[in-house]
Design a protein around this ligand. Sequence first.
Ligand code: COA
Length: 266
Amino acid sequence: MSNSTKPLAGLRSDLRDGVLHIAIDNQARLNAFTAAMWNELPMLIRAAEANDGVRVIVLKGAGDKAFSAGADISEFEQNRTAASASAYDHSNNVAFETLAKSSKPTIAMINGFCLGGGLEVALCCDLRMASSVSQFSVPAAKLGIGYNPRWMRPMLGVVSAARAKELLFTGRRFSASEAAGMGLVNQVVQPHELEAKTTALAAEIAGNAPLSILAAKRCVDAIAENPGISDLAHLDALVDACFASADYVEGRRAFMEKRKPTFRGK
Ligand code: COA
């Protein structure tokens, strides 16, 4: 495809049934993230946070070859050398952090290559669904890139220190079954089932009480990051908000009336 007809790389978003689908779309480069796309991601996440209609966010790769092959290496000469490298890393950090700290539950739907910054995006999601043909790697050591310490947190929240070192030291590509074995993904399914199973998982979560999910997310993340955390006041407040909510009234009522509850996140 010539440059003139190549579609612009970017993130495409689409809200359906309470689920915001974000497609990483740079198919000519296996959905590598351009600098513009790193900036676009936190903007989309922030917009989703402000929208009560978004119950779940699903991130996926456009096409069928890759979730994302990481950062767009073709831009590095121009924007990731010497002084510009720290500015580039900063925009990466903002993207990863905004995603990881999103108040909405997030799912990475992974099909094909999931590498480098693409894997980090997946690790910043709460859950990871992968097709059996997916491949995972952190090739930083193959490129001479220093992996930012801030990016270790999501990785170590998902895999053990020994597995993180194996990923980082070797830069090797791991299969979906190897990834499942190290807890890197929640579930591996056949490629033809990935979309339906991810949609079903997203719908299941979207039907539950948003305040309960938010409290659970914040509690799990805070305690996973600091198991010895002693000041639980901000987490208690999130749990209190659930008990004080109209959704708790609705949840109890729906149970007694033997019907499906309709939650509003209030
Ligand atoms: N940045 C920019 N372009 C990329 C890219 C990346 N991260 N990953 C793939 N591409 C481009 C390739 O350069 C190629 O472009 P071309 O058709 O203009 O030559 C196209 O995507 C297809 O990739 P190709 O290498 O031909 O496919 P493959 O199936 O032979 O190999 C990979 C796939 C993923 C193994 C290989 O592309 C690769 O190693 N990519 C780099 C991954 C990486 O190091 N990511 C971390 C970045 S920090």
